[in-house]
Design a protein around this ligand. Structure first.
Ligand code: PRP
Length: 191
């Protein structure tokens, strides 16, 4: 009962559901199948970008049918809570050496592209055999740098979106769908 109330309170802050949990499940299964096919003879490491990508990665690996390893890197961007500066600090580095491995970066959202630009440069310097990106979401018309994605779940409008790992002020990550936030939620924090 308690869980239902909590979910209702969170969902009440949502203006519009953009991606339902059923849509997401279908798309993630497609991505998993595609990755399994493309990487079947490779030595693949999935690198999840904390914190946002943990939900997507957790579902995605269960749709992948080939042996894979997972590792995580936690980063923090300098700048305000709503914009990325591109200057990134590594809070937790990878545990494994990726030299000679086929690395697939798993990201929840590509917004300006500055975070991924930094990560690609950083991880490339460790000499992986290959380095590609799978992003669950890309925001429409927002990238200030060109980022090439091997896999993409969805393109969404340039709005504040939450759920399925995406947060506002660290909340809403646990919503099973992706939606836009009602403006009053962030406007009340601006006062
Ligand atoms: C989000 C997201 C990406 C980054 C994308 O992370 O997870 O890593 O922003 O933005 P960009 O394309 O403009 O660089 P955030 O800093 O919100 O941290 P989180 O993963 O902990 O939610």
């Amino acid at each position: 009962m308690k869980a239902n109330i909590a979910e209702k309170v969170l969902a009440d802050d949502i203006e519009k559901v953009l991606l339902s949990s059923e849509d997401i499940k279908r798309r993630v299964a497609e991505l998993g199948r595609q990755i399994s096919e493309d990487y079947k003879d490779k030595d693949v490491v999935l690198v999840g970008i904390l914190r946002g990508a943990f939900v997507f990665l957790a579902d995605l690996i269960r749709e992948i049918s080939i042996p894979v390893e997972t590792d995580f890197i936690a980063i923090s961007s300098y700048g305000s809570s709503s914009t990325t500066s591109g200057v990134v600090r590594i809070l937790k580095d990878l545990d494994e050496d990726i030299e000679g491995r086929d690395v697939l970066i798993i990201e929840d959202i590509l917004d300006t592209g500055l975070t991924l630009k930094y990560l690609v440069k950083n991880l490339s310097s460790r000499r992986p055999a290959s380095l590609e990106i799978c992003s669950f979401i890309v925001k429409e018309c927002k990238q200030s740098v060109a980022i090439s994605l091997k896999y993409l779940g969805y393109t969404v409008p340039n709005r504040f979106v939450v759920g399925y790992g995406l947060d506002y002020a660290q909340r809403y990550r646990n919503l099973p769908f992706v939606g836009t936030l009602k403006p009053y939620v962030y406007e009340r924090d601006e006062i």
